[in-house]
Design a protein. Structure first.
Length: 223
């Protein structure tokens, strides 16, 4: 489904991390392939589920008969492994310039990572951590549940209609839609999911902030 517009406006931005600001695919795929093999699952099918969700939610999807307590325990181990592994973690092209452009505009990080993993990956990618952040510890349900985005908007003091979400994954875009928010899709995973505005990476996005209004433009359409 193609994106529907080349310009969006907002009062506040809610930013996913992995795949949106930080390219952590190398780490994610390395550890989840190993996990899938350990559990007799198809690694390729596993990777279709993992992006955008908290680990325990991925495990519950793939091993539906397993007690959630086991998923939470195993996810804690997975988070420790991923936090210790920054090999291949790089910024999404244009991420630093984008974060610089919105530095004085209301924005929050809303990620399925826990706080240590989020801090480690943003640091590894040499990106500034937003002052407002919603991480795995702050919510009771993983994306595609909208709780994280609803909470991020509330902490910034804006309604859903005033927010635009930046996302790369199906789970994240579904969460944004459920929260009643418009979406900028970043990267190939987002392309087929019907975001309101679609870019390959953040170099393709123009940003202006004036009088409290954030304007986002696909510069390919204006060039």
């Amino acid at each position: 489904m193609p994106a529907r517009t080349t310009t969006l406006t907002a009062r506040a931005l809610l930013l996913d991390m992995d795949g949106t600001l930080v390219n952590s695919d190398a780490v994610v795929e390395r550890h989840w392939r190993l996990w899938a093999q350990e559990h007799g699952l198809d690694p390729e099918q596993t990777l279709k589920v993992v992006h955008g969700r908290q680990g325990h939610a991925t495990m519950a999807e793939l091993l539906p008969d397993r007690p959630m307590a086991e998923n939470h325990a195993e996810n804690a181990v997975m988070l420790e492994r991923e936090t210790a592994d920054m090999d291949g973690v790089i910024p999404v092209p244009g991420a630093l310039a984008f974060l610089t452009a919105i530095a004085r505009a209301p924005h929050a990080l809303v990620t399925s990572a826990d706080r240590p993993l989020a801090e480690a990956r943003m640091a590894a990618a040499a990106l500034p951590m937003p002052d407002v952040r919603v991480t795995a510890e702050d919510v009771s349900a993983s994306k595609p549940d909208p709780e994280g985005f609803v909470k991020g908007a509330a902490e910034l003091g804006f309604s859903a209609a005033e927010c635009v979400v930046f996302e790369d994954s199906e789970a994240g875009i579904l969460a944004a839609r459920a929260a009643g928010m418009q979406v900028v899709g970043v990267g190939e995973r987002a392309k087929a999911l019907g975001p309101d505005l679609q870019v390959t990476d953040l170099t393709e996005l123009g940003v202006t902030v004036q009088d409290g209004l954030i304007t986002l433009v696909d510069i390919r359409a204006t060039g």
